[in-house]
Ligand binder design. Structure first.
Ligand code: PLP
Length: 375
C-alpha cells in the first residue's frame, strides 16, 4: 500500500532524539526553549510557544485571545474539526463562513458578512499549505475589533508575499502531527507578535501558573510559591519531541522543495485529463504544499477513491465540512450553510504527497487516475 502521507525521519533526527532522551531534562528543559527559538527563526522571527498538538495550539490560542461564553469565532468549514471544536469547547459560538472557490481558504467577503460586535476571532485556515487573502482578512478582523488567527497546520514553510507563515496574523497555530510538513510525532506551536498574547498562551499551556513574584497576588507566601490567575492545562511539549522538531526544522527547506517538485509533477501528468481540476497556483505565495488536493466531478469522486484504494493507493478526502459533524448539527448548523465548501468537499480527493514519495510512484498514481477517466 502506498500511503497517503508519511513522515521523513533520517539519521540526524534519530541522533537528536537519542541525545535528548538521555539528557538531564526529558521535559521543561533547554530543548524546548531551543525548539521555540528555531520555530520562531523559521517563521519570520515571531516568537513561539510549543504545545502538545495542533489542537492544543488552537485551544491555547483561542484562550489567549479571551474566547469564551458570549463571544463568537468565525471559522471556514473546509478544515479539520479541531479548528472549530476548540472554540466551541471554550464556550464560544462558532459562525461558519464560506471559502473561496479557487483556493479553499476563508473568503474575506463571507467573513465580513459573518462578523458581529461579539466576534472575538476570525480564523483563517491555510488549506493544503496556501494562506488565504491575509490582507483582506486582516481588514475584516480589524473592522470587527477581532483578532486574526491563522490555522497554519498545513503551511509551515510557506512564504506569502515574501513573508513567512507565522508572522501574518495576530496568532498562528502550527501542527507537528506525523502527516504534516514536519513532525514531532504529536506537537504544535502558537506564535504571536504580541507579547501579551504570547504570555497568555505560555501560561495556558502550563496550568496558568504565575511564577514571577512581581505579578503574584500573594508574593510573600514563600520562595516556593506559584499561583493561578486564570485556568490552564498541561499542554507542554517534552524535550525529546522538541529535539526531533529542531532536527526536522533543519530539513524543512528540503521538505518544501521536494513537495513542490512532486506537486508540479502531478500537475503536469494530470493537465490533459479534463475531469481533474489541479490545485490553484497562486502568484503571490511560495507554498509548502501539505496536500495535493485535486477536484473531480462529484459523481466520480467516490468511485475514483475506491478505485485508487483498491489498487493500493492511499487517498483521503479533506475535509468533511466541519458544520456537518453531528455535534454542530445538534447546535443548529445545517447543510447548505456554506455551499462553496460543501461542493469542494463533494469533489475533493487528496493524492499521496510526502517527501519520500518517488517520481515513479507519482506516475503510477497518475496512470491509475488517467486510466479511470479513460485518458
Ligand atoms: C492537523 C490539523 C489540526 C490539528 O492538529 P493536531 O496536531 O492533529 O492536533 C488542526 N487544523 C488543521 C487544518 C489540521 O490539518
Amino acid at each position: 500500500m502506498l500511503p497517503y502521507a508519511r513522515q521523513s525521519v533520517d539519521e540526524s533526527d534519530v541522533a537528536a532524539v537519542a541525545a535528548a532522551v538521555t539528557a538531564p531534562y526529558l521535559t521543561t528543559g533547554p530543548a524546548v526553549t531551543a525548539f521555540e527559538a528555531d520555530v520562531a527563526a523559521a517563521c519570520g522571527g515571531v516568537p513561539a510557544v510549543a504545545v502538545t498538538s495542533g489542537t492544543a495550539a488552537l485551544h491555547t490560542a483561542y484562550a489567549a485571545a479571551g474566547v469564551g461564553p458570549g463571544s463568537e469565532v468565525v471559522v471556514p468549514p473546509l478544515t479539520f474539526v479541531a479548528t472549530a471544536a476548540t472554540a466551541a469547547l471554550l464556550g464560544a459560538r462558532v459562525v461558519f463562513a464560506d471559502v473561496d472557490e479557487a483556493t479553499g481558504c476563508l473568503d474575506p467577503a463571507a467573513a465580513a458578512s459573518a462578523v458581529t460586535p461579539r466576534t472575538a476571532v476570525v480564523t483563517s485556515v491555510d488549506y493544503a499549505g496556501l494562506p488565504g487573502d491575509v490582507e483582506a482578512l486582516r481588514r475584516v478582523a480589524d473592522d470587527a475589533g477581532a483578532l486574526l488567527l491563522e490555522d497554519a497546520a498545513h503551511s509551515v514553510g510557506t512564504t506569502w508575499r515574501g513573508r513567512p507563515v507565522g508572522g501574518l496574523a495576530d496568532l498562528t497555530t502550527l501542527s507537528f502531527f506525523a502527516t504534516k510538513n514536519l513532525t514531532t510525532a504529536e506537537g504544535g506551536a502558537v506564535l504571536s507578535p504580541s507579547p501579551q498574547l504570547l504570555a497568555r498562551a505560555a501560561a495556558f499551556r502550563n496550568h496558568g501558573l504565575v511564577r514571577d513574584p512581581a505579578e503574584q497576588r500573594w508574593p510573600d507566601e514563600g520562595p516556593w510559591h506559584q499561583e493561578v490567575h486564570a485556568f490552564g492545562l498541561n499542554y507542554r511539549l517534552p524535550d525529546v519531541l522538541c529535539a526531533l522538531g529542531s532536527s526536522q526544522l533543519r530539513r524543512l527547506p528540503a521538505f518544501v522543495a521536494r513537495r513542490a517538485e512532486l506537486s508540479a509533477r502531478y500537475d503536469a501528468a494530470l493537465a490533459d485529463v479534463p475531469e481533474v481540476r489541479t490545485p490553484h497556483r497562486p502568484a503571490d505565495a511560495d507554498v509548502a504544499w501539505h496536500l495535493y488536493a485535486a477536484r473531480v466531478p462529484e459523481q466520480d469522486r467516490r468511485r475514483l477513491f475506491e478505485h485508487l484504494r483498491a489498487h493500493g493507493i492511499g487517498v483521503q478526502v479533506n475535509y468533511v465540512p466541519a458544520h456537518w459533524h453531528p455535534v454542530f448539527a445538534d447546535l443548529g448548523h445545517r447543510r447548505g450553510e456554506c455551499p462553496v465548501a460543501e461542493q469542494w468537499y463533494r469533489e475533493e480527493i487528496s493524492l499521496p504527497l510526502y517527501v519520500g514519495l518517488t517520481d515513479d510512484e507519482v506516475d503510477r498514481v497518475c496512470d491509475l487516475v488517467r486510466g479511470f477517466f479513460g485518458a
